[in-house]
Design a protein around this ligand. Structure first.
Ligand code: ADP
Ligand code: GLC
Length: 488
């Protein structure tokens, strides 16, 4: 099975969130299962050619690609995903991708990913490598299924190429003005009220992907049901319901080569479920780093997150006056919306012994927080999958999460299971999106933290869970087979 895996970001080259973790790891597991996988991402300015040993493919040479009636010159750089044979193809067009950030608010954001999508398709043509499936991810790749079925349908090369579209987050849809019809050369026949590319009189990349792809999936089972309802469907629940029989849920796996306390290269002390000594040492070092005192009886709660409404900072802000009274310390790493960045700056300033904040992006520190904290909080409004709670389980860092999407699928409430006579819980969960619900589950976690026997058991339960990619990668292979059959 040949798979072209297309995403806007991938570890270790460019990352803003979980999509990069997925795109940098799933292809390797697919390869282990016998697939031939080529990964496609844009060549951003921040990706260093020398560091990653990238080379131009001169056989492909220069690709002229017309966007918005201007022809741009595109090259392809190639490398290998670390510890694998997965070939990575970087679509290189400095005009669009040499910017300070991966995603921008620039006026031509749509053009950047139209070019990327066309660049992928034209690279496939030039490589003369026809994949069985083009696996598209999120809005940035949403036009590819349409291009294959329409703009490039003149080329017999794509006759048996099918498409799978994975929705990592329906909250980001890539919605742009009608001028996209012209700049991407999309036929006007697809644009009419309620039509395949139209959404609120604009062009929606995500809706287009949902409409034209052969099959669809999201990154957890629960989220695949949640997006069919208006509450979490973000306006696309209608079209998703129409395609319900083609929509699957496959839980993300994680890369335990990177996220494993026994081998993690970013943490001062490695540790395991058998010997947790290193975890306490990591906590001491982490607190020292933030100039916060270490007190054995005080648990430390970590947060590592994009600071956006999706992640539930609204209810955190509602709860903070209650939470600050508790005997708990907090460490927050993240960046995003100004109001939340400012909230944490102020909290850290006001309560320096209790709250530490690092506003920004810091990969090393994200590992150190996973390793040093006692608990990890994710109060997301919605969460398609979520990776940090899965990392937390492996690091013996007990997750406290809202029962939504992938969080609900991966974290099992200790007290709830206790009620049924089971001691298999792995964390603490709450249902209502309110500050009160959040703080009451933090209080339950705090109570159990002080019951040593319970806490050890909760940690061990989580650490023994296996969310590696193997099982999910097998499910993707099955989905690829179905997609292939569908296209014929
Ligand atoms: P999302 O993709 O919605 O942001 P996920 O939980 O799937 O949420 O993935 C987030 C990923 O990004 C995790 O690997 C997390 O460690 C990382 N991350 C988020 N914010 C930061 C940050 N400020 N610094 C370092 N890593 C971060
Ligand atoms: C998105 C989602 C997150 C998911 C990630 C990877 O960014 O918000 O829940 O884990 O994609 O699939």
């Amino acid at each position: 099975m040949k798979i072209a895996f297309v995403a806007a970001e991938a570890v270790p080259y460019a990352k803003t969130g979980g999509l990069a973790d997925v795109a940098g790891s799933l292809p390797k597991d697919l390869e282990q299962l016998g697939c031939e996988v080529k990964l496609f991402i844009p060549k951003y300015f921040l990706t260093d050619d020398a560091e990653h040993d990238l080379h131009y493919n001169w056989d492909i040479g220069e690709m002229p690609i017309r966007i918005n009636n201007v022809t741009r010159t595109v090259h392809v750089l190639q490398g290998k995903l670390p510890d694998s044979d997965v070939e990575v193809n970087f679509i290189d067009c400095p005009h669009y991708f040499h910017r300070r950030r991966i995603y921008t608010d620039d006026w031509d954001e749509d053009e950047r990913f139209i070019l990327f999508s066309r660049g992928v398709i034209e690279t496939l043509q030039r490589l003369q490598w026809a994949p069985d499936v083009i696996h598209c991810n999120d809005w940035q790749t949403g036009l590819i299924p349409l291009f294959i079925k329409d703009n490039y349908s003149w080329d017999k090369f794509f006759d048996h190429v099918s498409t799978l579209y994975t929705i990592h987050n329906i909250g980001y849809q890539g919605q742009f003005s009608k001028s996209v019809l012209f700049s991407a050369e999309i036929s006007g026949e697809h644009f009419y009220p309620g039509g395949p590319v139209e959404h609120h009189d604009a062009v929606s990349f995500m809706k287009t992907g949902i409409y034209f792809s052969d099959l669809l999936n999201t990154v957890s089972n629960k989220y695949s049901h949640e997006i069919l309802k208006p509450d979490l469907g973000a306006g696309l629940d209608g079209i998703l319901s129409e395609r319900k029989k083609d929509l699957y849920g496959i839980l993300n796996g994680v890369d335990y080569e990177v996220w494993n306390p026994e081998t993690d290269k970013y943490i001062p002390h490695n540790y395991s479920a058998k010997d947790m000594g290193g975890k306490l040492e990591n906590k001491k070092i982490l607190l020292e780093h933030f100039n916060m005192p270490f007190t054995k009886s005080l648990p430390l709660i970590g947060i590592v997150s994009r600071m956006v409404a999706q992640k539930g900072f609204d209810i955190f802000a509602d709860a903070i006056h209650d939470l600050i009274e508790l005997d708990i310390q907090w460490l927050i790493l993240g960046s995003g919306e100004e109001q939340y960045e400012e909230l944490f700056r102020q909290l850290a300033f006001k309560f320096p012994k209790k709250i530490g904040a690092y506003i920004g992006y810091n990969n090393e520190l994200s590992h150190q927080i996973e390793a040093g904290a006692d608990m990890f909080l994710m109060p997301s409004h919605y969460e398609p999958c979520g990776l940090n709670q899965i990392y937390s389980l492996k690091y013996g860092t007990v997750p406290i999460v809202k029962k939504t999407g992938g969080l609900a699928d991966t974290v099992h409430d200790w007290d709830e299971l206790k009620y049924f006579g089971l001691d298999t819980g792995t964390g603490f969960t709450f249902n209502d999106h309110t500050g009160i619900a959040l703080s009451s589950s933090v209080k339950r976690a705090l109570d159990n933290f002080h019951i040593k026997k319970n806490w050890k058991k909760i940690q061990k339960n989580g650490m023994s869970k296996d969310y590696s990619w193997k099982h999910s990668a097998e499910q993707y292979v099955e989905l690829y087979k179905l997609a292939k059959k569908k296209r014929g």
